[in-house]
Design a protein around this ligand. Structure first.
Ligand code: AMP
Length: 436
């Protein structure tokens, strides 16, 4: 009997194999809620943020359906994923490559800011799936380089950001070029009345999936920020890892390359560490995890991609060597410590170009991080930069919710990005398309 919980969702074996390669063992709530409904052919209205596993929630059933249906050999674009930013488009392309690696489906990523010719060439080969940002897609569509009239599945990813970024007219134009028979999967981090209205024009009788946002941090975690020049980060890390209280540390780097470099440099300083990221083979990852779990290695250096698969108790410290680009990832990262009622410490290194990332984290978690300024590598310049930026935000009355370092929960702006909750949406009159 197969015990992989993904099995019960009805996905093709080749997709399951790709998930095993990624060490995905348990579907996340948004995946559990979405995948079976999409496989049934239902439209979907999902409220889920980055970090919840939403990309796989739409990619996996889409790959399954396209592969299972006749029409694989048909010469038309069969699925379109619209997404607001280039980075997201590239990430989704990467996810499709990963999840679809054993399937004979082709895809192309279309985004602005780069030459059009290679994208036009990819379109001539008629990919099954296109991932695109709205502007470039409309351009190419206007030049008749892509047809959308036989689309089977349309995904709108991060619809609230598309709205914020002023793409709504483009999105509506694109949607009007697709057939009414399509299946539509609508994803948004929030469900404001405007978003609900946009969704209600695009989805039909959708299954509704809402996952609770991940913005809450356990009170058992002591969170601190350390201002440090990029060039001093490694020395600071070494010093911290030599402290007795640091018994088991999970260190986060932004890139795979960065994670490998940290491990090499730590080992040169006599600290045993292992890296775990998606370039490592399944075996290498499992060996590193087992060594960490059993206490043979006390320092594991990871990227966000694989962090979800790390389920190890007794992590005393999470150290953000680099701050994450998405504030939600911060909450996921530090949630690896203080598990099962234990206490833990989360230390975040903030370099000169990371101050705005720090603000995004503080905004999401609604609590400012206190700084450790007694460490040997403290950068007063970066700390002062944080203070100036914060003062400027407060001076202009912009989005900072902190006054004197404390969250202003009643600030009128604090409700602007309030997360969607079905009952709250009903109370505020948000138009929610028919629930499942
Ligand atoms: P997303 O919200 O789609 O940006 O995904 C966040 C991160 O979680 C990505 O790094 C994914 O690779 C990872 N991930 C998604 N689903 C799972 C899962 N079921 N198990 C482990 N990791 C996952």
């Amino acid at each position: 009997m197969n015990t992989n919980p993904f099995h019960s969702l009805g996905l093709d074996d080749r997709i399951l194999r790709a998930l095993v390669d990624q060490s995905y063992e348990t579907p996340t709530p948004v995946q559990l809620g979405s995948i079976p409904r999409v496989l049934e052919g239902r439209d979907l209205l999902a409220t889920a943020q980055t970090g919840t596993g939403k990309t796989a929630a739409f990619c996996l059933p889409m790959l399954h359906l396209l592969n299972a249906r006749e029409g694989r050999s048909n010469k038309h674009v069969r699925a379109l994923i619209l997404t607001p930013t280039r980075e997201l488009a590239l990430q989704i392309g990467e996810s499709l490559r990963t999840y679809g690696r054993y399937l004979p489906l082709r895809f192309a990523v279309l985004l602005g800011g780069v030459a059009q010719a290679p994208q036009a060439k990819a379109l001539r080969e008629i990919p099954d799936i296109v991932v695109a940002t709205p502007g470039r897609l409309l351009d190419l569509h206007g030049q008749r380089l892509i047809q959308l009239d036989r689309l089977e599945i349309l995904v709108l990813d991060e619809a609230d950001r598309m709205l914020d970024m002023g793409f709504v007219r483009d999105v509506r134009k694109i949607v009007s070029a697709t057939p009414a028979t399509r299946q539509t999967l609508f994803f948004s981090a929030t469900l404001s009345p405007e978003i609900a209205e946009l969704a209600s024009d695009m989805v039909k009788n959708p299954a509704v999936v809402a996952v609770t946002p991940v913005a809450s941090v356990s009170d058992n975690i002591t969170q601190k920020v350390l201002f440090v020049e990029q060039a001093d980060k490694l020395s600071l890390l070494t010093e911290i890892l030599r402290e007795d209280s640091v018994r088991r540390a999970l260190v986060f780097a932004r890139t795979k390359h960065g994670a490998d470099r940290i491990v090499r440099q730590l080992e040169r300083k006599g600290i045993r560490a292992e890296a775990i990221h998606s370039n490592k083979s399944q075996n290498a990852r499992q060996t590193a995890l087992a060594a960490f779990d059993r206490g043979r290695t006390n320092v594991l250096v990871a990227t966000d991609i694989v962090a979800r698969g790390i389920d190890v108790d007794g992590i005393t410290h999470v150290i953000n060597f680099d701050l994450p680009n998405e504030p939600e990832a911060y909450v996921h990262r530090i949630g690896r410590t203080a598990r099962a009622g234990a206490v833990g410490t989360a230390l975040s290194f903030c370099g000169e170009d990371e101050v705005s990332l720090l603000f995004a984290i503080e905004k999401l978690t609604t609590s400012p991080l206190s700084d450790v300024n007694g460490h040997a590598f403290h950068s007063t310049a970066i700390s002062a930069m944080r203070d100036r930026k914060r003062a400027a935000q407060q001076g202009t009355g912009s989005s900072s919710r902190f006054v004197s370092g404390r969250p202003r929960r009643n600030h009128p702006l604090s409700s602007q990005r309030r997360r969607y909750h079905p009952a709250a949406a009903a109370a505020t009159g948000a138009r929610v398309p028919h629930a499942a």
